[in-house]
Design a protein around this ligand. Structure first.
Ligand code: NDP
Length: 295
């Protein structure tokens, strides 16, 4: 079985992005800038934000983090976003989710200028994706990273049956819509399953490409997978493990040991889809810089 190594691909991609950034700096004296806003003290969010800022700096982009207290009002956050929308040095704006209860996440998504929405969550970007204008939108980072993995591993997609389990706005829906597009790296017949789907194995057993974005540890078992299928595991789930330092470890939505005996190719967790997500965020930020500067 082929292990689709997201860690390696993300490193290659980051090196390519760094080379582009160096090039643009030499050419124009300017570099892309990403601003991340974090509201409150959620420990997992803090880890993600630090990691995004660190990777940004590694590849030579300008990164700034705006930390706001948990009791920040929606109005204050929206005004900050407005200022960033008008700041020419900022090419990408990301507001880390989840947000505290007093802030409407959708209002925040709508407030970000679609041309700086490097998360690809704004309805304008999602709408353009659905219509197939991928060169004129930002594709949300996790589905975009999966597309990049499929492409770099030369996974055949045309005419294949892709089954996506999960229909969230940030993973399942954009993923399924991407695989449906008439593009060289997609062009699949697509089925989407969710929590109200009856007899999920009936669908997953037909998948040539199975993408699991559910949030349930080990949900996809070997008996649900067609022999030879390509399996992409988006899930990140903490399970208790007394043998580790933290008392837990991270596993995916796919039962790795069982399914790896059936699948032809598979992403591990960790080291599969996860590392690609940050790399694609930076790729989107670079794309925003290129579009703004006509490069
Ligand atoms: P959400 O919780 O927003 O969505 C989960 C989806 O799975 C929903 O559509 C839900 O259905 C469906 N689902 C839940 N339970 C079942 C079930 N028993 N049977 C069938 N479908 C079910 O999660 P996300 O999409 O944000 O994330 C999914 C997973 O991917 C999580 O583990 C998350 O941590 C991980 N993730 C990983 C990323 C990465 O970079 N690797 C990035 C983003 C997420 P319904 O709509 O009916 O409720």
């Amino acid at each position: 079985m082929l292990i689709i190594d997201g860690k390696k691909v993300s490193l290659d991609l980051k090196n390519e992005l760094k080379a582009s950034v160096d090039n643009y700096r030499a050419q124009t004296g300017k570099v892309p800038g990403l601003t991340v806003i974090i509201v409150g003290q959620d420990p997992a969010s803090q880890v993600y934000v630090r990691s995004k800022a660190k990777t940004c700096k590694e590849i030579g982009m300008i990164s700034s983090v705006i930390e706001m207290p948990a009791d920040t009002t929606e109005e204050h956050l929206l005004n900050t976003i407005k200022d960033l929308n008008n700041d020419p040095a900022v090419h990408g704006i990301l507001v880390q989710q989840p947000l505290p209860k007093q802030i409407d996440e959708f209002a925040v998504t709508l407030a970000i200028d679609p041309s700086k929405d490097v998360d690809g969550f704004h309805p304008e970007n999602l709408g353009r994706l659905v219509m197939g204008h991928l060169d004129k939108c930002f594709v949300s980072c996790t589905p975009y990273g999966i597309l990049e993995l499929l492409g770099r591993y030369n996974i055949e997609t045309k005419g294949k049956h892709c089954v996506v389990v999960g229909r969230s706005n940030i993973v399942g829906k954009p993923m399924a819509n991407l695989m449906l597009q008439k593009l060289e790296a997609t062009n699949c017949t697509v089925t989407i399953c969710h929590s109200a789907t009856k007899n999920i194995p009936f669908y997953t057993q037909q998948a040539d490409i199975l993408i699991a974005a559910i949030g349930k540890a080990g949900f996809i078992t070997a008996d649900m997978v067609k022999p030879g299928a390509v399996v992409i595991d988006v899930g990140i789930n903490r399970i208790e493990d007394a043998s580790t330092k933290n008392g837990y470890r991270l596993v995916g939505d796919v039962d790795y040991d069982g399914v790896s005996a059936v699948a032809s190719a598979m992403t591990p967790v960790p080291g599969g889809v996860g590392p690609m997500t940050i790399a694609m965020l930076l790729k989107n930020t670079l794309q925003s810089f290129q579009r703004t500067n006509g490069l």
